[in-house]
Design a protein around this ligand. Sequence first.
Ligand code: ZN
Length: 79
Amino acid sequence: MESSLARKVEKADKYAEERERFVFRNFTVNFHGDNHEHVVKYADKTFECDCEYFSHHTYCAHTLALEKMLAPMVPERLA
Ligand SMILES: [Zn+2]
């Protein structure tokens, strides 16, 4: 039993290094900004943020940071 767990942990360690195996479908993140709290959502391959900048563009520093952190687990922006 213990060796079975060890094998699973070993496999998990390998998978954790192979980020391209994982593709996020949707999630919600609380972002602690310097001055404000923001909520960033991701669904249907699209980011959304409740900040002012995002309301005038299709991206902001918060969504760009998440794209960078999560590459290649979310698609790259095409712009
Ligand atoms: Zn934002």
